[in-house]
Ligand binder design. Structure first.
Ligand code: PEP
Length: 253
């Protein structure tokens, strides 16, 4: 049985004051959430503050990105996996579509980041997903398959995948209010699981595959009810405690 995950990607939002308020609000509603792994991913500069506020809670912390180089070094503006671990992170998002499409992160770079994250002791939340034009030209599986293969094709990558969470996020559904239908999402999740099964049946069975893209309290239960959807990566709705908690409750089984 795969334990569901609901992860909030706060992106470049917040201030010291709102981080405090939002985390207090989420903590208030956690008592009724029994079987969901809840993760928040604040901006780097608020991780330390969030780690102190979350220290006595079951809520886990994640980074939104990391450098593909381990340890320390002359990489201005970058944050390493070891630094994220040092601050108390257990997870890190890699290959979010905003990193791929705004900052030009290639499949190989994203795979390198997942490997370094794993080697630093973090669980990568490995994001894949197609653009609208790719879906419209029938290339969804080709694109998602290629993104996955970048990690699955090497021994180090496969080792990282053994300890990763995957997030399927159709780019056309992120922050647009357009959600994939549960059937559309399930179709791609099943494809992802099948691709993992080519590497190992055990990997396919155990890997949690989250859906992301305009998940809200009103559509979460239907999405999470699909056979291969094991929770969600939530953007906009993770910035309101009440909405985020409602999505966590929808994932609770
Ligand atoms: C995301 O950015 O990962 C995301 C899913 O955003 P939203 O929920 O706002 O579509």
């Amino acid at each position: 049985m795969r334990r569901p995950i609901v992860a909030g990607n706060w992106k470049m939002h917040g201030s010291r004051a709102t981080v405090s308020d939002l985390l207090a609000g989420i903590q208030e509603g956690m008592a009724v959430i029994r079987n969901v792994e809840v993760i928040v991913c604040p901006p780097f500069v608020y991780l330390d503050q969030a780690a102190s506020l979350l220290s006595e809670t079951p809520i886990a912390l994640g980074g939104q990105n990391l450098c593909q180089v381990p340890g320390q070094g002359a990489y201005t503006g970058e944050i390493s996996g070891d630094m994220l671990r040092d601050l108390g992170c257990g997870f890190v998002i890699v290959g979010h579509s905003e990193r791929r499409n705004i900052y030009g992160e290639s499949d190989d770079l994203v795979a390198a980041k997942a490997i370094v994250a794993h080697q630093a002791g973090l669980i990568p939340v490995f994001c894949v997903g197609e653009l609208l034009e790719e879906r419209e030209s029938g290339e969804t599986e080709k694109v998602v398959g290629r993104q996955l293969d970048a990690l699955l094709e090497t021994d180090e990558g496969l080792a990282a995948m053994q300890h990763s969470v995957i997030a399927y996020e159709p780019v056309w559904a992120i922050g647009t209010g357009k959600t994939a239908t549960p059937e559309q999402a399930q179709e791609v999740h099943a494809f992802i699981r099948q691709r993992l099964a080519q590497a190992s049946r055990d990997l396919a069975e155990k890997t949690r595959i989250l859906y992301g893209g305009s998940v809200k309290p009103g559509n979460a239960a239907e999405l999470f009810g699909m056979a291969d959807i094991d929770g969600g990566l939530i953007g906009g709705a993770s910035l309101k405690a009440a909405d985020f908690l409602a999505i966590c409750r929808a994932a609770d089984s």
